[in-house]
Design a protein around this ligand. Structure first.
Ligand code: PLP
Length: 462
């Protein structure tokens, strides 16, 4: 076909890889990297933290897919629950009806989420959950008698998804503006807690609290009567995995209440045990008005997500003649609900949030031993969600170029050792919550070896 590139590679591709290169549009990936630098893998099987590719090679999944597979790969119990539900009933109109697994799952979520979060709007992925939350807050404010409250305040550097509204509240303007601007009208972004490079030059908790005070300033600057909601991830991975002081979130809650602004906590990555509690909001003693969840809700066994709201958010939609102007065909799909129900049951039965807290402590300890490396500026995390900040120079904290040679080389060496992590400017490690100490030791030792190799190659071995 005209315009298609031929693959220049010395790697022998099997049938799956060749066909994948020909026909699969792998999300957000560089085609050349996949095609010519052996970046592509086609996986066929998984068990616990192990993935097996089409060559039969075994990989250690140090990122749970994309912070998704919390209960681990290969859970036949979930597969059986899904098969049973699919055979019984897979789908009814999301616009008019619901099903028994959706009812059961909504009841479970109302019970296990913090405070009085109790009304569940189901959808299929994190972006849809955020998109739904944004529409819910806008319409809820209008129905409450504040039609001018349409603005959303979000945070620089946060990630909330790839669909248009979610992308607009995500704080990644520099990357996205060239292709997708202008964004949804009425979104502004404020600084986010960061104890390594605080925007105000402040240290420790004081830096976090200044970010909360900034929210109040921004609300006052915009005019409280125009602001619908504030959105943030309790602990933001895209912002570098900084764990804020509980006071930060408590102040944010107080500020939102003071100004009639609804608080959306995006727990798409944080939720379902990842941080060592079932939900990260629990660490901070705060109940949001809306919580968005996805990923760990089904551990990736089915595409399912939700925006879960408090009674006060749902009430304006209750009177006769009113309804949320938002329908997603696959919201609450019965097989996906059955998968999520079994997934949550396993999490509770096996005490996986608690396990994430324990193993997370062990992982953080292991990764902190890498601080001796000249390129490791900081190591931080909560539960099984850890980040290693990679820098050119610890004194200046200068970052590596995101698509530069150092990170590419480091990533390649790690992949050669069949460990899957995300080697970006912050290297993310987030294995399934069933990870063992031996697997954690292996992660730390592979990273140690690969950092040494990369530092040697780039003349940084001290
Ligand atoms: C915090 C957060 N919100 C929303 C999303 C979007 O989720 P999805 O990719 O399932 O649409 C992500 C995805 O990584 C995320 O990390």
């Amino acid at each position: 076909m005209t315009g298609e590139r031929t693959v220049q590679t010395d790697v022998t591709l099997d049938r799956w890889e060749q066909e994948a290169l020909d026909h699969v549009w792998v999300h957000a990936s560089h085609w050349v990297e996949l095609a010519e630098r052996r970046g592509l893998r086609v996986f066929v099987e998984g068990k616990g933290c192990i993935l097996i590719d089409s060559h039969g090679d075994r990989y250690l999944d140090g990122l749970s897919g994309l912070w998704v597979v919390n209960v681990g790969h290969g859970r036949t119990e979930i597969a059986e629950a899904m098969a049973k539900q699919a055979a019984r009933l897979a789908y009814v109109s999301a616009g008019a009806f619901t099903t028994t697994p959706a009812v059961e799952l909504a009841e479970v979520l109302a019970r296990i989420t913090p405070g009085d979060l109790s009304r569940v709007f189901f959808c299929s992925g994190g972006s849809e959950a955020v998109e739904s939350a944004v529409k819910i807050v806008k319409q809820a404010q209008a129905l409450r008698g504040f039609p001018r409250r349409y603005k959303i305040i979000a945070r620089r550097g946060s990630y909330h998804g790839a669909t248009f509204g979610a992308m607009s509240v995500a704080g990644l303007r520099r990357e996205q503006e060239p292709h997708f601007g202008p964004f949804m009208y009425g979104v502004t972004h404020i600084p986010s807690p960061n104890r390594y490079r605080n925007d105000f030059g402040l240290e420790g908790e004081e830096g976090d609290l200044m970010c909360a005070r900034f929210l109040e300033q921004e609300i006052e600057f915009q005019g409280p009567e125009t602001v619908a909601a504030f959105i943030g991830e309790p602990v933001s991975t895209s912002n570098g995995n900084h764990v804020p002081s509980p006071r930060y979130w408590q102040m944010v809650r107080e500020i939102c209440d003071r100004h009639g602004v609804l608080l959306i906590m995006d727990e798409v990555i944080n939720g379902f045990g990842r941080t060592g509690r079932m939900f990260a909001a629990e660490h901070f003693g705060v109940v949001p008005d809306i919580m968005t969840v996805a990923k760990g809700l089904s551990s990736g066994y089915a595409p399912i997500a939700a925006a879960i709201v408090r009674p006060g958010v749902f009430e304006p939609f209750q009177p006769e003649g009113r309804r949320l102007g938002h329908l997603l065909t696959f919201g609450g799909q019965a097989v996906a609900c059955a998968a999520a129900l079994k997934n949550v049951e396993i999490m509770q039965r096996e005490g996986l949030p608690q396990r994430a807290a324990e193993m997370g402590g062990y992982l953080l300890e292991g990764l902190r031993t890498l601080m001796d490396h000249p390129t490791v500026g900081d190591v931080r995390g909560i539960g099984l969600m850890c980040g290693i900040e990679l820098v050119k120079d610890k004194g200046t904290k200068e970052r590596w170029e995101r698509d530069g040679e150092f990170l590419a080389y480091l990533g390649e060496k790690i992949m050669e050792r069949r460990l899957i992590v995300r080697a970006w400017q912050v290297l993310h490690v987030a294995p399934p919550l069933v990870v063992t100490k031996e697997e954690i030791d292996r992660i730390a030792s592979i990273l140690d070896e690969c950092l040494t190799l990369a530092e040697r190659k780039f003349g940084l071995s001290g």
